[in-house]
Design a protein around this ligand. Structure first.
Ligand code: ADP
Ligand code: MG
Length: 339
Protein backbone atom coordinates (compact mmCIF):
# COMPACT_ATOMS: atom_id res chain seq x y z
CA UNK A 1 0.00 0.00 0.00
CA UNK A 2 1.19 3.49 -0.77
CA UNK A 3 2.11 5.65 2.19
CA UNK A 4 -0.31 8.44 3.06
CA UNK A 5 0.96 11.56 4.81
CA UNK A 6 -1.56 13.91 6.39
CA UNK A 7 -1.22 17.51 5.18
CA UNK A 8 -1.61 18.63 8.80
CA UNK A 9 1.72 16.95 9.59
CA UNK A 10 3.45 19.48 7.29
CA UNK A 11 1.29 22.57 7.91
CA UNK A 12 0.83 25.36 5.36
CA UNK A 13 4.48 26.41 5.20
CA UNK A 14 5.79 22.83 5.12
CA UNK A 15 3.42 22.02 2.27
CA UNK A 16 4.50 25.04 0.19
CA UNK A 17 8.13 24.12 0.86
CA UNK A 18 7.50 20.59 -0.40
CA UNK A 19 5.74 21.87 -3.54
CA UNK A 20 8.64 24.25 -4.13
CA UNK A 21 11.24 21.47 -3.86
CA UNK A 22 9.60 19.66 -6.76
CA UNK A 23 9.58 22.67 -9.07
CA UNK A 24 12.53 24.01 -11.04
CA UNK A 25 12.06 27.05 -13.27
CA UNK A 26 13.79 26.87 -16.66
CA UNK A 27 12.93 29.99 -18.64
CA UNK A 28 15.57 32.71 -18.74
CA UNK A 29 12.96 35.41 -18.05
CA UNK A 30 11.76 33.74 -14.83
CA UNK A 31 13.72 35.76 -12.29
CA UNK A 32 12.00 34.56 -9.11
CA UNK A 33 9.60 31.64 -8.68
CA UNK A 34 7.95 30.42 -5.49
CA UNK A 35 9.02 32.06 -2.25
CA UNK A 36 8.29 35.76 -2.28
CA UNK A 37 5.11 37.86 -2.23
CA UNK A 38 5.03 37.77 -6.02
CA UNK A 39 6.86 35.95 -8.78
CA UNK A 40 9.22 38.11 -10.82
CA UNK A 41 9.60 38.03 -14.61
CA UNK A 42 12.03 39.93 -16.80
CA UNK A 43 10.24 42.31 -19.19
CA UNK A 44 13.43 43.84 -20.55
CA UNK A 45 13.50 47.35 -19.13
CA UNK A 46 11.38 46.43 -16.07
CA UNK A 47 10.37 43.47 -13.94
CA UNK A 48 6.82 42.11 -14.09
CA UNK A 49 5.24 40.85 -10.86
CA UNK A 50 2.67 38.04 -10.64
CA UNK A 51 0.71 36.91 -7.61
CA UNK A 52 -2.61 35.27 -6.65
CA UNK A 53 -4.66 35.01 -3.50
CA UNK A 54 -7.98 33.35 -2.93
CA UNK A 55 -10.84 33.81 -0.51
CA UNK A 56 -13.02 30.81 0.27
CA UNK A 57 -16.41 30.93 2.00
CA UNK A 58 -16.35 29.24 5.38
CA UNK A 59 -12.56 29.53 5.55
CA UNK A 60 -11.74 33.19 4.89
CA UNK A 61 -15.16 34.79 5.25
CA UNK A 62 -18.60 34.23 6.68
CA UNK A 63 -21.37 35.83 4.62
CA UNK A 64 -23.63 36.23 7.66
CA UNK A 65 -21.57 39.29 8.53
CA UNK A 66 -19.36 39.93 5.49
CA UNK A 67 -21.05 42.33 3.02
CA UNK A 68 -20.38 41.19 -0.55
CA UNK A 69 -19.31 44.68 -1.57
CA UNK A 70 -16.54 44.64 1.05
CA UNK A 71 -15.59 41.10 0.11
CA UNK A 72 -15.06 42.19 -3.49
CA UNK A 73 -12.94 45.11 -2.30
CA UNK A 74 -10.88 42.88 -0.01
CA UNK A 75 -10.23 40.29 -2.75
CA UNK A 76 -8.56 42.99 -4.87
CA UNK A 77 -6.82 44.79 -1.98
CA UNK A 78 -5.07 41.68 -0.64
CA UNK A 79 -3.66 40.96 -4.09
CA UNK A 80 -2.48 44.55 -4.54
CA UNK A 81 -0.80 44.19 -1.14
CA UNK A 82 1.52 41.46 -2.49
CA UNK A 83 2.59 43.78 -5.33
CA UNK A 84 3.19 46.57 -2.80
CA UNK A 85 5.39 44.15 -0.84
CA UNK A 86 7.70 43.92 -3.89
CA UNK A 87 7.77 47.75 -4.07
CA UNK A 88 5.78 47.43 -7.31
CA UNK A 89 2.81 49.16 -8.92
CA UNK A 90 -0.26 46.97 -9.66
CA UNK A 91 -1.61 47.14 -13.21
CA UNK A 92 -4.08 44.35 -14.10
CA UNK A 93 -6.14 41.75 -12.24
CA UNK A 94 -8.07 38.67 -13.35
CA UNK A 95 -10.90 37.25 -11.24
CA UNK A 96 -11.96 33.61 -10.95
CA UNK A 97 -15.31 32.90 -9.32
CA UNK A 98 -17.04 29.70 -8.30
CA UNK A 99 -20.57 30.13 -6.98
CA UNK A 100 -23.57 28.05 -6.06
CA UNK A 101 -27.20 28.76 -7.03
CA UNK A 102 -27.64 30.29 -3.55
CA UNK A 103 -26.30 33.54 -5.04
CA UNK A 104 -28.51 35.92 -7.02
CA UNK A 105 -27.47 38.13 -9.91
CA UNK A 106 -27.85 41.10 -7.55
CA UNK A 107 -25.44 39.49 -5.09
CA UNK A 108 -22.80 39.13 -7.80
CA UNK A 109 -23.42 42.76 -8.82
CA UNK A 110 -22.63 43.77 -5.22
CA UNK A 111 -19.42 41.73 -5.23
CA UNK A 112 -18.30 43.41 -8.47
CA UNK A 113 -19.23 46.87 -7.13
CA UNK A 114 -16.63 46.31 -4.41
CA UNK A 115 -14.06 45.02 -6.88
CA UNK A 116 -14.63 48.01 -9.18
CA UNK A 117 -14.20 50.43 -6.29
CA UNK A 118 -10.91 48.76 -5.34
CA UNK A 119 -9.74 48.78 -8.97
CA UNK A 120 -10.49 52.52 -9.10
CA UNK A 121 -8.75 53.20 -5.77
CA UNK A 122 -5.59 51.31 -6.76
CA UNK A 123 -5.69 52.32 -10.43
CA UNK A 124 -5.90 48.74 -11.65
CA UNK A 125 -7.75 47.27 -14.66
CA UNK A 126 -9.89 44.15 -14.29
CA UNK A 127 -9.08 42.31 -17.53
CA UNK A 128 -10.55 38.82 -17.30
CA UNK A 129 -11.12 35.70 -15.28
CA UNK A 130 -13.20 32.55 -15.23
CA UNK A 131 -16.58 31.56 -13.81
CA UNK A 132 -17.73 28.17 -12.62
CA UNK A 133 -20.57 26.71 -10.61
CA UNK A 134 -19.78 25.43 -7.14
CA UNK A 135 -21.57 22.79 -5.07
CA UNK A 136 -20.96 24.64 -1.90
CA UNK A 137 -20.39 28.29 -1.35
CA UNK A 138 -18.38 31.02 -2.93
CA UNK A 139 -14.75 31.03 -4.02
CA UNK A 140 -13.00 34.18 -5.26
CA UNK A 141 -9.51 33.82 -6.61
CA UNK A 142 -7.74 36.90 -7.93
CA UNK A 143 -4.46 37.15 -9.80
CA UNK A 144 -2.58 40.40 -10.17
CA UNK A 145 0.09 41.64 -12.53
CA UNK A 146 2.33 44.53 -11.52
CA UNK A 147 5.49 46.29 -12.62
CA UNK A 148 8.59 47.62 -10.92
CA UNK A 149 11.81 49.26 -12.11
CA UNK A 150 14.58 46.67 -11.88
CA UNK A 151 16.69 48.59 -9.37
CA UNK A 152 13.70 49.30 -7.10
CA UNK A 153 12.43 45.77 -6.48
CA UNK A 154 12.39 44.62 -2.84
CA UNK A 155 12.65 40.92 -2.04
CA UNK A 156 12.12 39.14 1.26
CA UNK A 157 15.59 37.67 1.38
CA UNK A 158 17.79 40.75 1.38
CA UNK A 159 17.52 42.16 4.92
CA UNK A 160 20.94 43.02 6.41
CA UNK A 161 22.27 42.92 9.97
CA UNK A 162 21.91 46.33 11.68
CA UNK A 163 19.02 47.39 9.43
CA UNK A 164 16.08 49.07 11.14
CA UNK A 165 12.86 47.06 11.22
CA UNK A 166 9.73 49.05 10.31
CA UNK A 167 6.02 48.39 10.05
CA UNK A 168 3.23 50.49 8.52
CA UNK A 169 -0.08 51.36 10.20
CA UNK A 170 -1.13 49.39 13.25
CA UNK A 171 -1.47 45.70 14.05
CA UNK A 172 -4.01 43.29 15.54
CA UNK A 173 -7.10 45.25 14.51
CA UNK A 174 -8.30 42.90 11.77
CA UNK A 175 -8.14 39.90 14.10
CA UNK A 176 -10.07 41.63 16.87
CA UNK A 177 -12.63 42.92 14.36
CA UNK A 178 -13.22 39.32 13.34
CA UNK A 179 -13.57 38.19 16.97
CA UNK A 180 -16.17 40.93 17.59
CA UNK A 181 -18.13 40.00 14.47
CA UNK A 182 -18.14 36.34 15.46
CA UNK A 183 -19.29 37.18 18.96
CA UNK A 184 -22.16 39.28 17.59
CA UNK A 185 -23.11 36.44 15.26
CA UNK A 186 -23.39 34.02 18.20
CA UNK A 187 -25.45 36.56 20.15
CA UNK A 188 -27.74 37.01 17.15
CA UNK A 189 -28.13 33.25 16.61
CA UNK A 190 -29.08 32.83 20.26
CA UNK A 191 -31.54 35.73 20.16
CA UNK A 192 -32.40 37.30 16.78
CA UNK A 193 -34.02 40.29 18.53
CA UNK A 194 -30.72 41.44 20.01
CA UNK A 195 -29.17 44.48 18.40
CA UNK A 196 -25.47 44.18 17.55
CA UNK A 197 -23.15 45.99 19.95
CA UNK A 198 -20.58 47.38 17.58
CA UNK A 199 -20.71 51.06 18.44
CA UNK A 200 -17.30 52.68 18.78
CA UNK A 201 -15.77 49.63 17.14
CA UNK A 202 -15.93 50.86 13.57
CA UNK A 203 -12.16 50.94 13.12
CA UNK A 204 -11.43 47.32 14.03
CA UNK A 205 -14.51 46.11 12.11
CA UNK A 206 -13.29 48.01 9.07
CA UNK A 207 -9.82 46.51 9.47
CA UNK A 208 -11.39 43.07 9.06
CA UNK A 209 -14.02 43.83 6.42
CA UNK A 210 -12.26 46.38 4.27
CA UNK A 211 -8.47 46.20 4.53
CA UNK A 212 -6.36 48.51 2.38
CA UNK A 213 -3.14 47.67 0.57
CA UNK A 214 -0.46 50.17 1.61
CA UNK A 215 0.26 51.61 -1.82
CA UNK A 216 0.17 55.03 -0.15
CA UNK A 217 3.33 54.15 1.79
CA UNK A 218 5.01 52.73 -1.33
CA UNK A 219 4.58 56.11 -3.02
CA UNK A 220 5.68 58.01 0.11
CA UNK A 221 8.85 55.94 0.49
CA UNK A 222 9.72 56.57 -3.14
CA UNK A 223 9.12 60.30 -2.67
CA UNK A 224 11.36 60.31 0.43
CA UNK A 225 14.07 58.50 -1.53
CA UNK A 226 13.95 55.45 0.76
CA UNK A 227 14.48 52.01 -0.78
CA UNK A 228 13.79 49.21 1.75
CA UNK A 229 16.44 46.49 1.87
CA UNK A 230 13.69 43.84 2.25
CA UNK A 231 9.91 43.83 2.45
CA UNK A 232 6.94 41.48 3.02
CA UNK A 233 3.25 42.16 3.59
CA UNK A 234 1.73 41.03 6.86
CA UNK A 235 -1.01 38.59 5.96
CA UNK A 236 -0.34 35.86 8.54
CA UNK A 237 0.70 38.04 11.49
CA UNK A 238 3.83 40.03 12.30
CA UNK A 239 5.60 37.09 13.97
CA UNK A 240 5.01 34.66 11.14
CA UNK A 241 5.91 37.09 8.37
CA UNK A 242 8.98 38.36 10.23
CA UNK A 243 10.13 34.75 10.56
CA UNK A 244 9.81 34.33 6.77
CA UNK A 245 11.77 37.51 6.14
CA UNK A 246 14.52 36.56 8.60
CA UNK A 247 14.78 32.90 7.53
CA UNK A 248 15.08 33.88 3.88
CA UNK A 249 17.58 36.65 4.61
CA UNK A 250 19.64 34.51 7.01
CA UNK A 251 19.37 37.10 9.78
CA UNK A 252 17.84 37.49 13.24
CA UNK A 253 15.71 40.31 14.63
CA UNK A 254 14.70 41.95 17.87
CA UNK A 255 11.24 43.55 18.14
CA UNK A 256 10.43 45.87 21.03
CA UNK A 257 7.05 45.21 22.61
CA UNK A 258 6.68 48.87 23.54
CA UNK A 259 7.17 49.89 19.91
CA UNK A 260 4.36 47.75 18.46
CA UNK A 261 1.72 50.04 16.93
CA UNK A 262 -1.68 49.08 18.37
CA UNK A 263 -4.77 51.25 17.95
CA UNK A 264 -6.88 52.27 20.98
CA UNK A 265 -9.89 50.43 19.57
CA UNK A 266 -7.78 47.29 19.31
CA UNK A 267 -6.85 47.60 23.00
CA UNK A 268 -10.49 48.18 23.97
CA UNK A 269 -11.77 45.23 21.92
CA UNK A 270 -9.06 42.98 23.37
CA UNK A 271 -9.98 43.97 26.92
CA UNK A 272 -13.66 43.37 26.24
CA UNK A 273 -13.00 39.93 24.76
CA UNK A 274 -10.41 38.94 27.33
CA UNK A 275 -7.74 38.59 24.68
CA UNK A 276 -4.19 39.85 24.66
CA UNK A 277 -3.69 42.87 22.37
CA UNK A 278 -0.04 41.81 22.07
CA UNK A 279 -0.95 38.34 20.82
CA UNK A 280 -3.40 39.90 18.36
CA UNK A 281 -0.66 42.23 17.07
CA UNK A 282 1.92 39.45 16.78
CA UNK A 283 -0.19 36.55 15.55
CA UNK A 284 -3.55 37.98 14.49
CA UNK A 285 -2.99 38.29 10.75
CA UNK A 286 -4.98 39.90 7.95
CA UNK A 287 -3.74 43.41 8.73
CA UNK A 288 -2.11 43.69 5.27
CA UNK A 289 0.43 46.18 6.56
CA UNK A 290 4.01 46.21 5.24
CA UNK A 291 6.98 44.94 7.23
CA UNK A 292 10.26 46.25 5.87
CA UNK A 293 13.88 46.91 6.70
CA UNK A 294 15.93 50.00 5.89
CA UNK A 295 19.59 50.91 6.45
CA UNK A 296 20.19 52.93 9.63
CA UNK A 297 20.97 56.10 7.71
CA UNK A 298 17.40 56.11 6.33
CA UNK A 299 16.04 56.72 9.83
CA UNK A 300 16.04 60.51 9.41
CA UNK A 301 13.96 60.13 6.24
CA UNK A 302 11.20 58.01 7.77
CA UNK A 303 11.03 59.11 11.41
CA UNK A 304 8.45 61.84 10.78
CA UNK A 305 6.10 59.69 8.72
CA UNK A 306 3.14 58.91 11.05
CA UNK A 307 2.27 55.82 8.98
CA UNK A 308 5.61 54.16 9.78
CA UNK A 309 6.74 52.73 13.14
CA UNK A 310 10.27 51.62 13.87
CA UNK A 311 9.74 48.42 15.88
CA UNK A 312 13.18 46.88 16.15
CA UNK A 313 16.37 45.96 14.36
CA UNK A 314 18.00 43.18 12.36
CA UNK A 315 20.93 41.18 13.76
CA UNK A 316 23.41 38.69 12.34
CA UNK A 317 22.28 36.04 14.85
CA UNK A 318 19.75 34.05 12.82
CA UNK A 319 19.07 31.83 15.85
CA UNK A 320 17.33 34.69 17.65
CA UNK A 321 14.10 36.24 16.39
CA UNK A 322 12.63 37.59 19.57
CA UNK A 323 10.34 40.02 21.30
CA UNK A 324 12.05 42.33 23.79
CA UNK A 325 9.27 42.73 26.36
CA UNK A 326 8.40 45.79 28.45
CA UNK A 327 9.84 43.86 31.42
CA UNK A 328 13.20 43.49 29.59
CA UNK A 329 12.81 39.80 28.80
CA UNK A 330 13.54 38.17 25.44
CA UNK A 331 10.79 35.87 24.19
CA UNK A 332 11.29 33.90 20.95
CA UNK A 333 8.66 34.69 18.29
CA UNK A 334 6.82 31.71 16.83
CA UNK A 335 4.92 31.34 13.56
CA UNK A 336 1.49 30.05 12.83
CA UNK A 337 0.27 29.30 9.30
CA UNK A 338 -2.97 27.41 8.95
CA UNK A 339 -2.82 23.70 9.81
P1 ADP B 1 1.48 35.42 0.53
O1 ADP B 1 1.05 35.26 1.98
O2 ADP B 1 2.44 36.53 0.31
O3 ADP B 1 0.32 35.42 -0.44
P2 ADP B 1 1.94 32.62 0.55
O4 ADP B 1 2.38 32.33 1.94
O5 ADP B 1 0.53 32.36 0.16
O6 ADP B 1 2.33 34.12 0.19
O7 ADP B 1 2.86 31.84 -0.47
C1 ADP B 1 4.27 31.84 -0.34
C2 ADP B 1 4.86 31.45 -1.68
O8 ADP B 1 4.42 30.16 -2.08
C3 ADP B 1 4.48 32.38 -2.83
O9 ADP B 1 5.61 32.52 -3.66
C4 ADP B 1 3.36 31.64 -3.53
O10 ADP B 1 3.29 31.99 -4.90
C5 ADP B 1 3.78 30.19 -3.35
N1 ADP B 1 2.65 29.24 -3.35
C6 ADP B 1 1.63 29.17 -2.46
N2 ADP B 1 0.80 28.15 -2.73
C7 ADP B 1 1.30 27.54 -3.84
C8 ADP B 1 0.91 26.43 -4.65
N3 ADP B 1 -0.19 25.72 -4.36
N4 ADP B 1 1.67 26.08 -5.71
C9 ADP B 1 2.80 26.79 -6.01
N5 ADP B 1 3.22 27.85 -5.31
C10 ADP B 1 2.49 28.24 -4.23
MG1 MG C 1 2.38 38.43 0.89
Amino acid sequence: MEARTEISSLGEFGLIKRINQGIKTKLPDTIKGIGDDAAVVDLGTEFGLLSSDMLLEGVHFDLTFFPLKHLGYKAIAINVSDIAAMNGIPHQVTVNLALSNRFSVEAIDELYEGMKTACADYNVDLVGGDTSSSRSGLLISVSVFGRVKKDLITYRNTAKANDILCVTGDLGGAYLGLQLLEREKQVFLANPNMQPELEGKDYVIQRQLRPEARMDVIYELAEAGVLPTAMIDISDGLASDLLHLCAQSGVGAIVFEERLPIDDQTYLAATELNLSPMTAALNGGEDYELLFTVPQDAYELIKNNPKISVIGYVTDNKEEIALHTKGDNRVPLTAQGWS
